[in-house]
Design a protein around this ligand. Structure first.
Ligand SMILES: C[S@@+](CC[C@H](N)C(=O)[O-])C[C@H]1O[C@@H](n2cnc3c(N)ncnc32)[C@H](O)[C@@H]1O
Length: 480
């Protein structure tokens, strides 16, 4: 029986706990920590691209309520200063020796809550189980360990966790969807558990390669439990992570990143809902506030906003003719999946140009948008013209002194230049460096000053339409 862990907030409950690791888009660690604290009353620790925290095992499934995190795992052993051997053969033996030291009993209890595996999985090593004899009198067979046992990933250089995430997503692509046959097979109450072993390595030069470490670890694990290897249709993924001298073992709790939610129609520039949610949290939205994504594309941001801040008012727009219909479809898809007793998402969607929005002065509390206009949908030259005009228009529509803006861009230079040209309108209150699909990016947090746009001549013409004239239908062709 695993011993209770008590070093969590609320430890007086003395319940059996587990350590959860959640991967997070780089730059959003503090936001994720804040979410964990708010939802579970638990203090997380942060490292680049991830957060760790303890949860009672009986409450472990609640971690699926987190909206800012991508992948979840339960850690079952840490070696803070792993004593790496000097000879390759000995070092690989060390990864075999790791297997019996991990707390599989605790890990399997947590994993079982996230898995549809049809029967309980024993945490007793095969060597300690009573021998089973089949009808022919033979002992149950033991699959041989070969290259097929493992899935390994080597992270070199700084060990950027975004790379880890990308590798994970790439490996998920191979795992495929369940076929009907697969689904039936999975329900077989007698089937063996299948697994794959993965190794992530980063930091200092090690004497071994990641594939070698993964093979040793995976092979030992197979022998230890007599589980069946299946790289693509596995039930359980065991992960050996090597970060410099810190080595730890975990069981994955998610097979797909949690960012794959709430978006039925992906577009070429769709923002991950986990990032959209993180940006929204940075805005500290209050009930009754008006939240606007003026360049909404397929609607990742307004969808996350309407789901998680139902007491605010949500509007969005885009100048591309396909954007509003796509956002509308995505919202309809979320609403179609909602249970009848939950209220439907309401978002007003417009076709407009961010430089001339059909909205009244001081009518929006929070502007939040993703300005990733690069390669596919624009250029840096466009940004140098678009950004100052967009900032000026957002300043006109934003509430004086209390309005905020949260802008994501890869083109930091253009946004910094634009901000210097409108510094009387917007005060920069923070910047968070992040990484979007491998590109360095940043989130800019702005606060509206008390200066009026018209009084300083930022805006030449008055808008031709007001929000009231176009706000009634859900999709509106206004402001062009
Ligand atoms: C990076 S995409 C937004 C993606 C969106 N967050 C999503 O998840 O689908 C930027 C959007 O800005 C829109 N856009 C570009 N210039 C614009 C303008 N002048 N006014 C309004 N929208 C504009 C593009 O059509 C594109 O949909």
């Amino acid at each position: 029986m695993a011993a209770p862990i008590t070093n969590i907030m609320g430890a007086e409950r003395n319940v059996e706990c587990c350590e959860i690791e959640a991967s997070v888009n780089t730059g959003f660690e503090e936001v994720a920590k804040d979410e964990v604290s708010e939802k579970f009353g638990v203090m997380a620790t942060t490292a680049r691209g991830k957060i760790n925290f303890f949860m009672p095992i009986c409450d472990a499934k609640k971690i699926l309520q987190l909206c800012c995190v991508d992948n979840l795992s339960v850690i079952i052993k840490h070696f803070e200063e792993f004593p790496f051997a000097d000879k390759l053969e000995d070092a690989l033996q060390q990864f075999e020796d790791v297997v019996p030291q991990a707390d599989w009993e605790r890990g399997l209890k947590v994993w079982a809550q996230f898995s549809d595996f049809p029967h309980p999985v024993s945490a007793t090593p095969v060597a300690e189980r009573p021998q089973k004899v089949d009808s022919s009198g033979d002992q149950a067979h033991n699959t041989t360990v070969g290259d097929e046992t493992v899935k390994e990933t080597e992270i070199t250089g700084t060990g950027d966790s975004t790379d880890v995430m990308r590798e994970r997503i790439a490996s998920e692509a191979g795992s495929g969807e369940d076929t009907p046959d697969n689904k039936v097979a999975k329900l077989d109450p007698n089937r063996e558990l299948s697994f794959r072993a993965t190794c992530y390595r980063s930091g200092a030069k090690h004497i071994f390669e990641s594939p070698q470490a993964a093979r040793s670890f995976g092979g030992a694990l197979q022998d230890y439990f007599n589980w069946k290897v299946d790289l693509s249709n596995f039930d359980l993924e065991a992960v050996l992570t090597i970060e410099n001298r810190h080595v730890y073992v975990a069981i994955m709790l998610t097979k797909k990143s949690l960012h794959r939610r709430n978006i039925a129609n992906f577009g070429p520039t769709t923002l991950r809902p986990t990032i959209a949610y993180g940006m929204l949290r940075m805005c500290h939205i209050e009930p009754g506030e008006v939240v606007c994504d003026p360049m909404c594309g397929g609607g990742s941001i307004p969808i996350e906003a309407a789901i998680n801040w139902p007491n605010a008012r949500h509007i969005c727009g885009d100048n591309h003719e396909l954007a509003a219909p796509r956002a509308d479809k995505n919202i309809a898809a979320v609403n179609a999946k909602r249970s009848p007793n939950r209220s439907k998402l309401t978002v007003d969607i417009f076709k407009w140009d961010v430089r001339r929005m059909p909205l009244r002065e001081s009518s929006v509390d929070v502007f939040i948008t993703d300005l990733f206009l690069f390669v596919r949908s624009g250029s840096k030259v466009d940004n140098r013209r678009l950004y100052p005009q967009a900032l000026t228009e957002m300043a006109r529509v934003s509430r004086l002194t209390s309005g905020r803006a949260c802008l994501l861009t890869h083109d930091r230079r253009s946004l910094i230049q634009a901000l210097s040209s409108v510094k009387s309108l917007w005060k920069q209150t923070g910047t968070v460096a992040t990484n979007i699909g491998g590109l360095a990016a940043a989130v800019f947090l702005l606060h509206r000053t008390g200066a009026a746009v018209t009084s300083i001549g930022h805006r030449k013409k008055k808008p031709t339409k007001t929000a009231e004239t176009v706000a009634s239908p859900n999709v509106t062709d206004g402001g062009q």
